[in-house]
Design a binder for this molecule. Structure first.
Ligand SMILES: Nc1ncnc2c1ncn2[C@@H]1O[C@H](COP(=O)(O)OP(=O)(O)OP(=O)(O)O)[C@@H](O)[C@H]1O
Length: 349
């Protein structure tokens, strides 16, 4: 049983707040991803759970213990970092076995456990090689095997894929997801890559400037972002956001007018996702504007125009063709729109 609970956890260095009042219960066996831009406090949160950083305030529970005063080695967590931290003089077998020696696991168990862990990450053929004789992806798998071999109650992973090339990142990502499912170990995973977060997580915690912005399943966060920060951080492309004014249920901004809202009058921010909008018959849409840019994506054509003081896009059919400067009209019915407070950015309704 490895539920993790953070209660009012904060980290301050002098007046600077790295993590501000973090509260969350992570379920046993859950795959939780901490997501946010550089400097938002996600690594610090993970380091406090690992015991590499003291919490300034709050309590950290792992299982039924409060671990604030426990050394990292007594917390039964295994970490995997973006820099693999392998011992260059040891071969793969010895690197994977190392945590068992440190932990004084009986020698008689070592071989079976190393073989099981290395098989899980498909390293069986490389056991005699030194780290320098491995590719980046293979080294990362040694680091994973070294975490697995310990059979910890918690995995903590800090951007473990960021040193891999794009293709290897996708396959290693799939492997991590599968392993976590097989091993059923509570996992906290830090990344600034929203696609990694969406594909791996049971739940995502979106952070900004030390503050939790939203906690939810990938679908919750994509479909119902809590504020404009989350809306503009999640999704590729990010949600389109336009400034304007609501009056009598009609949103109006530069080049844009959308009717059919049930919202109070006043300044407001409106959002929609490019894939929810469509290209309209000439002049029939809610935005009509010259094409600013047009990108052929293979499976679709992305068209951007200027409206509401911002560049906004629509995902058109892959055969859609036009030139920059041609007029285009976009259907944005109120039913696909998200509304946010113009000042705080918080979701409305
Ligand atoms: N020892 C320290 N002393 C003072 N400030 C620190 C210290 N360690 C981290 N910080 C600050 O705390 C904030 C959060 O850092 P953290 O490493 O948690 O961010 P992050 O979200 O993991 O970013 P990245 O993706 O760049 O690693 C940053 O602004 C950082 O500069």
């Amino acid at each position: 049983m490895a539920e993790i609970r953070l209660e009012h956890v904060s980290k301050r260095w002098g007046a600077f707040v790295g993590v501000d009042d973090f509260n969350l219960t992570i379920a046993d066996r859950e795959f939780l991803v901490l997501l946010g831009p550089s400097g938002c406090g996600k690594t610090t949160t993970m380091r406090m759970i690992a015991g590499l950083e003291d919490a300034t305030d709050g309590k950290i529970h792992i299982g039924d213990r409060v671990v604030n005063d426990l050394d990292p080695k007594d917390r039964d967590v295994a970490m995997v970092f973006q820099s693999y931290g392998l011992y260059p003089n040891m071969n793969v077998y010895e690197n994977i076995r190392f945590p068992l020696k440190v932990r004084k696991v009986p020698e008689s168990e070592h071989d079976a456990r190393v073989m099981r862990a290395s098989a899980m990450v498909e390293l069986d053929e490389f056991l005699h090689r030194k780290p320098a004789e491995l590719s980046g992806g293979q080294r990362q798998r040694v680091a994973l095997a070294r975490a697995i071999v310990r059979e910890p109650t918690v995995f903590l992973m800090d951007e473990p894929l960021s040193n891999l090339d794009a293709k290897l990142r996708v396959s290693t990502r799939a492997q991590i997801k599968n392993l976590q499912h097989e091993l059923k170990v509570t996992t906290i995973y830090v990344t600034h890559d929203q696609i990694e977060a969406m594909t791996l997580a049971d739940r995502v915690v979106v952070m900004n400037k030390g503050v939790v912005q939203q906690v939810g399943t990938p679908t919750d966060i994509y479909d119902n972002p809590a504020n404009t920060f989350v809306a503009s951080f999640i999704g590729s492309p990010a949600m389109n956001l336009m400034s304007g004014t609501m009056s009598g249920g009609v949103f109006t901004g530069d080049n844009v007018s959308i009717a059919g809202f049930d919202a109070p009058d006043g300044p407001i921010t409106l959002g929609y996702r490019a894939e929810d909008a469509t290209v309209a018959e000439a002049g029939q849409g809610q935005i009509t504007a010259p094409i600013y840019t047009l990108e052929l994506l293979g499976d679709a054509t992305m068209i951007a125009v200027k409206a509401g003081g911002a560049l906004v896009s629509v995902k058109a059919h892959k055969e859609f063709r036009a030139e920059i400067g041609d007029m285009v009209s976009i259907n944005i019915p109120s039913s696909i729109c998200h509304l946010f407070d113009a000042e705080s950015g918080a979701r409305i309704g």
